[in-house]
Design a protein around this ligand. Structure first.
Ligand code: GDP
Ligand code: MG
Length: 324
């Protein structure tokens, strides 16, 4: 065995033998508080479950590093939509997603009684061998007594006392520390999977490009299907200008290109007198302003690149690595 370098020695010092790490699948209907919980656990706001979740190609991972463990939280799009899951193929892919993580965090709402959708997800999870923890969120909306009534209702639906229920409030942080500790205890022993300062595995550019792609999918329906990709060409923070009165506000300037494979698709995307592109831009800009939390100036171009999907150089440039 060779001698360890000083650097390697110090790295070993930093990581205790019982350090834990692993992947946690977050499952929950829209609006139960997944994003809020992730932000609460990270102590910082990142956009984790934007509406693009259903169509995202680059699955977003939120990384929470503590002195004892590193949790990588993964969204599992689709599984919380029972009517989407009626297709056998979708049930299969949801099960596959669950099979790839170490732990499932099922997020439910204490302010509602359990519904059909909840039972559906619970049945799927029961067929898996994976450990499941339940976060009964929004406990702040109820009195202690009412909370306990709801917890009992959920306990009835779960019918499985092996799954612990943690009452919590993702908004004010109540119960979140205990929930985090419980998740850590269920992770396998292992080293850090990402650098500790990283809280999200996707650069902002990818998130912004996805917001544009989402608008394309929303507004063009089936006409321009999956042969579309978006590339952010420029992303720039523009400071407030003292000279011009009109455009003097600080903003983020974004230049992006939408790639399509055929000329006919370009025509559809631009629309009559540019109307379609304008709508896509407006829709995307609104979402971007929420993500960035500030004004956005967005300029869009459409470019035809025949068969971009089969060109490795294009795929690499667009950031579609092994995930595609
Ligand atoms: P997601 O769709 O599951 O990601 O849900 P969000 O995190 O976007 O939350 C949906 C809504 O519920 C937002 O308006 C949140 O402010 C609210 N919310 C989330 N967690 C809590 C909570 O613990 N208490 C209360 N009162 N509201 C919450
Ligand atoms: Mg969300």
């Amino acid at each position: 065995m060779g001698e360890l370098s000083r650097k390697e020695m110090s790295l070993l010092d930093e990581i205790p033998n019982d350090y834990r790490s692993g992947f946690v699948a977050l499952i929950g209907r829209p609006n139960v508080g997944k994003s809020t919980l992730v932000n609460q656990l990270l102590g910082k706001k990142i956009a984790i479950t934007s509406p693009v979740a259903q169509t995202t190609r680059n699955r977003l991972r939120a990384i929470c590093t503590t002195p004892k463990a590193q949790l990588v939280m993964v969204d599992t799009p689709g599984i919380h939509k029972p009517h989407h899951l009626l297709g056998e193929r979708l049930v299969k892919s949801a099960k596959k997603a669950i099979g790839e993580v170490d732990l499932v965090l099922l997020i439910l709402e204490a302010c509602h009684s359990p519904g059909r959708g909840d039972s559906f997800i619970i049945q799927i999870l029961k067929q898996q061998k994976i450990p499941v923890l339940i976060a009964l969120n929004k406990s702040d909306l109820l009195s202690k007594e009412d909370y306990l009534v709801k917890e009992a209702e959920y306990r009835d639906v779960i019918e499985d006392s092996r799954w612990p229920i943690y009452g919590c409030s993702a908004s004010n942080g109540d119960g979140c520390r205990m929930l985090l500790d419980a998740m850590v205890d269920l992770l396998p022993i292992g080293p850090k999977l990402y650098p500790p300062e990283m809280i999200c595995d996707q650069p902002e550019k990818v998130l912004l490009a996805e917001l544009i792609r989402e608008q394309v999918l929303l507004q063009t329906r089936e006409e321009v299907p999956h042969s579309v990709a978006v590339k952010i060409d420029r992303l720039e923070e523009v400071p407030p200008s003292v000279k011009s009165k009109k455009k003097g506000l600080a903003h983020t300037a974004i230049l992006a290109t939408i790639l399509v494979e055929r000329k006919s698709q370009k025509g559809i995307l631009i629309g009559k007198g540019g109307s379609m592109l304008k709508n896509i831009g407006q829709g995307a800009r609104l979402q971007m302003q929420i993500l960035i939390n500030g004004p956005v100036y967005l300029e869009l171009f459409v470019k035809v690149v025949p068969a971009w999907r089969s060109k490795p150089s294009q795929l690499k440039e667009l950031g579609y690595g092994l995930d595609l």
